[in-house]
Design a protein around this ligand. Structure first.
Ligand code: NAI
Ligand code: MG
Length: 364
């Protein structure tokens, strides 16, 4: 550390977005102070807040700030206030434009259940066992969501179709990323497909086998998607890195999220194209039902900041310090209402952010 400065575009957004983002920035500032690293924060509006300020949910200034940054930290966008706006002025269209501009082809969704929280989510404590630690890597730019589609009139009614298309390079780059990520973890990749039925899945499997040749130190297993859904619930401890195509990843990552107990805990990262800033955001939305009350759980946003340290800046030691500080709090509090054990006192968003920052300073 020393002379290097990391530029971070901070896009707080709407609802609880600004509340949780503020705490993530607080934790990054604590990391910077304790480890002698310089972070420069450039805040810019997005979503409903940007519509109110400029009439555009992703204004040019915000796009500039993002492109000039080394990484982007996003809160969340949207809310009932903007639900009747025309599409171009909808907060979600700002988010889509941001994601498109970043051009990420891999969406990383870690699913971690700390042993301290075993039994608080939907799974029995004995299934959670020693904790769950899965990294879901979802392909983001191909498959059904981008294939040729259409609707036609027929004598019997309508006929609609979507097509799933994948190419060798599209599969290769995301699978290779999954293997690289596995090297920093427990060195196991489970590739999920439907190769007993789908041609794209058979290609996926062939390409994955070929990529695996480059990674003799990482173990590869293939799993059919229906079985993967079952295994995630029955035996989640056997997963390390799970890589899959776009649609399967959309579904399985929400299934994974449900294992955790609170949406407020879950981080995500979207990475891929060299030269474009990666994007980090909590999985949750703007939570209008609790916005403005200072009780939102900031740990998903803070864990997203930890992913930024690891994947955007290569600051593994600092990322771990933040994750361990989060684990400390899950076990010992303070807790926001969504995760507080029955009978325990509840804390606010800022209390939790300050407690993580304090523990990070102790650890670094
Ligand atoms: P949501 O994720 O905002 O909230 C779902 C439920 O989880 C609510 O009961 C909320 O109070 C709770 N929750 C969410 N985050 C929490 C946190 N950090 N701490 C404690 N509790 C938390 O999803 P919802 O209600 O479907 O959407 C609300 C708005 O957010 C909509 O306008 C939607 O379009 C937008 N949205 C935005 C996303 C984004 O910016 N990436 C993602 C999902 C929704
Ligand atoms: Mg989804």
């Amino acid at each position: 550390a020393g002379s290097m400065t990391y530029r971070i575009a901070v896009l707080p957004g709407d609802g609880i977005g600004p509340e949780v983002t503020r705490e993530a920035v607080r934790v990054l500032e604590a990391v910077g102070a304790a480890a002698g690293i310089r972070f420069e924060f450039v805040e810019a509006p997005i979503g409903g807040a940007a519509v109110d300020a400029t009439g555009d949910p992703f204004p040019p200034e915000t796009e500039q700030a993002c492109l000039a940054a080394d990484a982007i930290l996003l809160g969340a966008v949207g809310g009932p206030r903007w639900d009747r706006e025309p599409v171009a002025r909808r907060p979600e269209s700002g988010l889509l434009r941001l994601r498109k501009g970043v051009g990420a082809y891999a969406n990383l969704r870690p699913v971690r259940v700390h042993p301290a929280l075993a039994g608080r989510g939907p799974l029995r404590p004995e299934v959670v066992g020693g904790g769950i630690d899965i990294l879901i890597v979802r392909e983001l730019t191909g498959g059904l969501y981008y294939g040729e589609r259409g609707v036609q009139q027929e004598p019997f009614g309508e006929r609609a179709y979507d097509t799933m298309v994948y190419t060798t390079p599209e599969i290769e780059r995301v699978v290779r990323m999954a293997f690289q990520l596995a090297r920093g973890r427990r060195r196991r990749v489970i590739s999920v497909d439907k190769s007993n039925v789908l041609e794209t899945s058979r290609l996926w499997r062939r390409v994955t086998e070929a990529v695996a040749e480059e990674f003799g130190d990482v173990e590869l297993e293939h799993m059919l998607v229906d079985n993967a859904a079952m295994q995630l619930v029955r035996n989640p401890g056997r997963f390390d890195v799970l890589v899959t195509e776009n649609t399967f990843g959309d579904i399985l990552s929400d299934l994974g999220a449900a294992l955790c107990g609170s949406l407020g805990l879950l981080p995500s990262a979207s990475l891929g194209l060299p030269g474009r800033p990666p994007l980090f955001e909590p999985v949750h939305g703007s939570a209008p039902d609790i916005a403005g009350r200072g009780i939102a759980n900031p740990l998903g946003a803070i864990a997203s900041a930890a992913m930024m340290l690891r994947y955007a800046f290569g600051l593994e030691r600092e990322a771990r310090a933040v994750e361990e500080a989060v684990d400390d709090l899950l076990a010992a509090g303070p807790w926001t209402p969504d995760i507080a054990p029955p009978g325990a006192p509840v804390a606010g968003t800022e209390d939790v952010g300050r407690a993580v920052a304090r523990r990070v300073r102790e650890r670094l």
